[in-house]
Design a protein around this ligand. Structure first.
Ligand SMILES: [Fe+2]
Ligand SMILES: [Fe+2]
Length: 188
C-alpha cells in the first residue's frame, strides 16, 4: 500500500516537468520541419504533405509553444525566484537570461509564422522572403539549443529537487488551465 502511494506521488511529481521536456522535443521537431521544407523547395511550390506539415507547425507555434513559455514564466520561474534554496538563488540571473531569450525567440517565431502563412497562401515565397525565413529559423534553432540545454540540464532538475508536492500540483493545475481556457486559432 505504502509502495503504491509512493509510486503515485512520484508519478504526479514528475508529470508537469516531463511535459516541459516534451515540449522542447516538439519545438525542435517543428523547426526541423520548416528547415527541411526550405531545404527541399527553396521556398517554391510545396507538396500537399509539406503544406500540411507547415500548417501544423504554424498552429503549434501559435498555441502550444506560446503556452510553454507561459508555463515557464508564470509557473516555474516565479517559484524558483521565490525559493530560498542556495542553488535557486544562483539561478536567478540565468532566469533573467532565459526570459530575454524567450522575447528574442518569440519575436523571430512571429516573423517565421507570418512568412509561413504567406508561403501557404501564395504557393511560393519570393527569394527575399525565403532568405528571411531561413535566417529566422536558423537563429531560433541556435537560441533554443543553448536555452533548452540550460532548462533541461539545470533548471528543471533543480525545480524537481526543491519544489514541494503542493507546488508541483499547483503548476500542474495552472498548465491544465492554460490549455483548456483558450480559443483555437484560425489559419486563414
Ligand atoms: Fe524557456
Ligand atoms: Fe522551455
Amino acid at each position: 500500500m505504502a509502495r503504491t502511494r509512493s509510486r503515485r506521488r512520484v508519478r504526479r511529481f514528475i508529470e508537469p516537468m516531463n511535459h516541459l521536456y516534451d515540449s522542447h522535443r516538439d519545438i525542435r521537431h517543428f523547426l526541423a520541419v520548416i528547415a527541411d521544407a526550405l531545404q527541399q523547395t527553396g521556398g517554391a511550390a510545396l507538396t500537399p504533405t509539406q503544406w500540411y506539415d507547415l500548417a501544423v507547425a504554424i498552429i503549434y507555434f501559435e498555441t502550444e509553444a506560446v503556452t510553454h513559455t507561459a508555463d515557464e514564466e508564470k509557473s516555474v520561474f516565479p517559484r524558483l525566484r521565490a525559493s530560498r534554496d542556495t542553488a535557486a538563488r544562483v539561478m536567478v540571473h540565468q532566469i533573467a537570461k532565459l526570459k530575454r531569450e524567450h522575447r528574442e525567440a518569440g519575436r523571430r517565431l512571429r516573423a517565421v509564422n507570418a512568412l509561413l502563412r504567406r508561403w501557404l497562401a501564395n504557393g511560393a515565397l519570393q527569394a527575399t522572403d525565403a532568405r528571411y525565413l531561413r535566417r529566422h529559423v536558423t537563429a531560433v534553432q541556435a537560441i533554443f539549443t543553448r536555452h533548452f540545454a540550460c532548462e533541461d540540464e539545470e533548471l528543471f532538475p533543480l525545480a524537481r529537487r526543491i519544489f514541494s508536492m503542493h507546488q508541483i500540483r499547483e503548476i500542474e493545475q495552472e498548465m491544465v488551465a492554460r490549455r483548456t481556457g483558450g480559443a483555437h486559432p484560425q489559419l486563414f
